[in-house]
Design a protein around this ligand. Structure first.
Ligand SMILES: Nc1ncnc2c1ncn2[C@@H]1O[C@H](COP(=O)(O)OP(=O)(O)OP(=O)(O)O)[C@@H](O)[C@H]1O
Length: 278
């Protein structure tokens, strides 16, 4: 199967500044892939090159089998884009906006279904400019998926969402992934990457510094577990590769007060990776 996205030696130079250097990426069809990295790392630049919205300085890129720098309208109809900054849709209401965008695509989803999916069904008659920031973002997501894209680009999609809206959005992304949509997601929320992504890559200063599944990134699964508990002598903390054995030995069949067993979170690993490259 040809990968949905294949990139080699990607480079982008702005005057006096290299934003992306030697990036190599391969995203399989149906995969949810998350690009992580600090502000200014080059995520948006990379994604916009793949969307055909920016020209690369050098390197090879293939998106759904075509070069995004030269691909035409038929190709564009196969991808969906949720941008970081939304365009302002004039005087239309939410329902009209979604129906208007649906007309651009050969085989769109049902606009009412899409509004339901993103949790805006009750806002169908509200003017776009009267939406809250988070609701506006949900409309952006609706417009990104209305064309039934094979490949969906999501650039920081849940910025400004309340916790419930984020969880709802995650459910939506999982259902799109289950239908076979390939998804490239950039996010600053590590829990979001962990919940959604099959694989993640960390970009720092324009280069990929780590890549893998969320659970294996930066040798995470091989790190010690941290066991914490309390007894009459106070709080204790021990690091071990064998937390079950340690807890069994400690407890002698009785309850240990305030017992927790934890491993490095994806955020811990991410911060370590970014720290190493700073
Ligand atoms: N049009 C441009 N002209 C010049 N420099 C630019 C341009 N666009 C981006 N840059 C620079 O390129 C680098 C990468 O920017 P980019 O927007 O790709 O980062 P990012 O990883 O998406 O950041 P964020 O997390 O803040 O969205 C930054 O140093 C930025 O200042």
């Amino acid at each position: 199967m040809t990968p949905a996205v294949s990139v080699r030696g990607l480079r982008k130079e702005y005057p006096g500044h290299v934003a992306v250097e030697d990036v190599r990426l391969e995203i399989e069809q149906g995969e949810v892939f998350s690009l992580l990295g600090p502000n200014g790392a080059g995520k948006t630049t990379t994604v916009e090159i793949l969307e055909g919205h920016r020209k690369r300085t050098a390197g090879e890129a293939s998106v759904l089998g075509e070069d995004p720098g030269t691909a035409g309208r038929a190709w564009r109809a196969r991808i969906g884009i949720v941008l970081q900054t939304a365009n302002d849709a004039a005087q239309l209401n939410v329902g009209e906006t979604v129906r208007h965008f649906a007309r651009y695509y050969p085989d769109p989803r049902d606009p009412d279904d899409v509004l339901e999916k993103v949790g805006l069904a009750e806002k169908a008659r509200t003017r776009v400019r009267a939406l809250s920031g988070g609701q506006r973002r949900r409309l952006d997501v609706a417009l990104g998926i209305i064309g039934k894209p094979e490949l969906l680009f999501l650039d920081e999609p849940t910025t400004g969402f309340d916790p419930e809206a984020r969880r709802r959005f995650w459910t939506l992304i999982k259902s799109l992934a289950a239908e076979g949509t390939t998804i490239l997601l950039t996010t600053h929320y590590l829990d979001e990457a962990e919940a959604l992504a099959d694989r993640v890559a960390v970009l720092a200063a324009g280069r990929i510094v780590a890549e893998g599944t969320p659970s294996s990134l930066g040798r995470r699964s091989r790190d010690d577990a941290v066991v914490r508990w309390r007894d009459e002598n106070g709080f204790h903390e021990e690091r071990t590769q064998f937390p079950t054995k340690l807890v069994t030995e400690l407890s002698h069949g009785r309850e240990l007060a305030d017992l927790t067993v934890s491993r490095l979170s994806l955020e811990d690993v991410y911060l370590r990776l970014i720290g190493e490259t700073a």
